[in-house]
Every structure is written in structure tokens, then in C-alpha cells.
Write a protein that binds this ligand. Structure first.
Ligand SMILES: *Cc1c(COP(=O)(O)O)cnc(C)c1O
Length: 298
């Protein structure tokens, strides 16, 4: 790995495994652990570092000086990219979905302060950008520039997720994670042995396309995974009072903060599946906390 990345990684914290204890888990005979990737770094959102690390290493090895990527006005991916780019001396350009808001969101403000050049693109343009999935596929890309697809979802992202799985030191049967692009889920599926099942929870409505996207990223044929499409609460970044009170109660009981866009929905879904006895008595579950708490700022 490039020395600049090694140096940046020395500023990271340990992503601990926290055991969740409560009467409901006892009742169903389930052991639940949370992999606290939200603790990895005070700024860079957990799974975003896992996904970015080897792509940034690739960019540094190629001697490009600029990384371009895409995302929304609250994008944890662009936020992490802007911070990391600034820390390792790579310029960054963010293609942001939709019109420039009158006042920048706190996320966009940070990105700008870390030197990211923000370019706002129409929603239809944004959709077109999604089709460019390789590091050099963006039309008009200059030789000094490197393209990262939405959410950093390229094959190199999977390599960082294998490190997350390797860190889990307790025996387990199931790994649960939230899905946006599905790259994090793909990395986990790729890294676990086939006798462990992987359960994803889509943060988007109508996310049926994820199955194909994930299958494309996987390096081999796997059948030990599924995605739940039912816990989107009305769509991406939409919430309900039920979800918010679940999150508040969870935080009160565990002292683990959740955000309502990804991990909150996953945990709600996981608890709901517990009640539906989807998991078998005696199973040990790892729920991955993918971070994203920066997006919780008002
Ligand atoms: C981006 C993000 C996800 C989704 O990751 P994908 O690899 O795009 O599926 C999940 N949780 C948090 C907190 C995120 O920021």
C-alpha cells in the first residue's frame, strides 16, 4: 500500500465488536454483535473507507493527481473521498446530483473546505453517469484523472471489505448489512465462507436491481445471501416516526448511535426478522454498523 495511505490509516481507531444484550434476544436464543465501523474514524464514514482504500491506492500507483466521483448532497462517499483526498494530496471533483442548493448542506460545506471541486449535474445527466463503471470510463477523462463510480462501487472496493470480515474474531452464522449501491454487501459475500449467510437491507425503494448489480461485482458464484427490500420506510432518506422511535430506543438501551438512512433501517429490519423467527435459535449474528453519522447533522 502507498505510504500516504499507511500514514492516513494510523489516524484510524479500532472498529470493535460490541455485544448487544436484551431480553428479546434471550427469548429468541440469538446472539447479536455489532461490528462498530462507525468508530473507525471521526470523519470518514465506516464502510466508505473500506471501499475507498484500495481504489485510492490504485489511483496513487498510477500517478494520477485527481479523483472524480459522483453522489448526492448528503453523500457519505463523496464526503469521505474529499477528506481522504485532502489528507493524501489527491485533488478531488464531486459531481453532485441536482441543482446547487441556495445554502450548501453541512456535507457539501465540508467537502468544499477540504478542497473538493463541486459540480452540480442534472438528474438525467446523473443517471447517465451511473453507466460508467470502470476507472477510466468517464467520457472526457484526462490522463491525470481517475474515475470512481457512484458509491466507490468497483471491484477494488471488495478488497477493503475482506479486511472487515477478517477482523471479526467471534464465531458467527449470519452477517447483516445495509445496502445502497450494494458494494459493501458484495464485499462481505465475497469474503465470508459459504456456510455463513449474508443478509442485506436495501435503503432504497424498488431496489430489486441490486441483485444484478451485486452479482456483477462478485468474483464467484454465491448463493448464501439475500436482500430484504421491505425496510426502506418510503424511500431513500425517508423516515417515519416508528423508525425514529426505534432508533431512539436502541440508542437509549445500547449507547450505540444509529442514523436513519442506513443502519437504523437495517437494525429495525433485523429486529423485525427476529420477531418473525427468520433466524434460528442458537444463531450468532454480526450486524455491521457502516457509520454515516455525519449525515445526521441538521
Ligand atoms: C454508503 C453507505 C451504505 C451503503 O453502502 P453501499 O456499499 O453503497 O451499499 C451503508 N451505510 C452507510 C452509513 C453508508 O454511508
Amino acid at each position: 500500500m502507498h505510504p500516504k495511505l499507511i500514514k492516513l490509516e494510523t489516524t484510524f481507531n479500532k472498529s470493535v465488536l460490541a455485544k448487544i444484550n436484551n431480553a428479546m434476544l434471550d427469548y429468541y436464543g440469538i446472539e447479536l454483535w455489532m461490528k462498530r465501523d462507525d468508530l473507525l474514524h471521526p470523519v470518514i464514514s465506516g464502510n466508505k473507507w473500506r471501499k475507498l482504500k484500495y481504489s485510492l491506492d490504485h489511483a496513487l500507483s498510477l500517478d494520477v493527481d485527481t479523483v472524480i466521483s459522483m453522489g448526492g448532497a448528503y453523500s457519505n462517499h463523496l464526503h469521505a473521498l474529499a477528506y481522504a483526498g485532502n489528507a493524501i494530496g489527491l485533488k478531488t471533483i464531486g459531481l453532485i446530483r441536482g441543482e446547487q442548493p441556495e445554502t450548501l448542506t453541512p456535507t457539501l460545506m465540508d467537502m468544499k473546505n477540504w478542497g473538493m471541486k463541486l459540480k452540480f449535474v442534472s438528474r438525467s445527466e446523473y443517471r447517465t453517469l451511473r453507466q460508467y463503471q470502470g476507472s477510466f470510463d468517464l467520457p472526457g477523462l484526462k490522463p491525470n484523472q481517475y474515475w470512481l463510480p457512484e458509491g466507490g462501487a468497483q471491484a477494488l472496493a471488495l478488497k477493503g471489505l475482506a479486511e472487515l470480515i477478517a477482523e471479526i474474531e467471534v464465531p458467527h452464522d449470519v452477517v447483516c448489512v445495509s445496502c445502497g449501491t450494494g458494494a459493501t454487501l458484495a464485499g462481505i459475500i465475497d469474503a465470508v465462507p459459504e456456510d455463513i449467510s449474508v443478509v442485506g437491507f436495501a435503503a432504497f425503494k424498488n431496489a430489486g436491481f441490486l441483485t444484478d448489480d451485486i452479482t456483477r461485482l462478485l468474483s464467484r458464484n454465491c448463493n448464501n445471501w439475500r436482500i430484504n427490500l421491505d425496510y426502506h420506510f418510503g424511500g431513500f432518506a425517508k423516515t417515519t416516526t416508528e423508525l425514529i422511535s426505534f432508533i431512539n430506543e436502541f440508542e437509549l438501551n445500547t449507547s450505540i448511535p444509529l442514523e436513519p438512512v442506513y443502519t437504523g433501517k437495517m437494525m429495525y429490519g433485523l429486529y423485525d426478522l427476529l420477531h418473525r423467527q427468520y433466524f434460528k435459535r442458537g444463531q450468532r449474528i454480526i450486524a455491521v454498523h457502516t457509520g454515516g453519522l455525519q449525515g445526521k447533522r441538521k
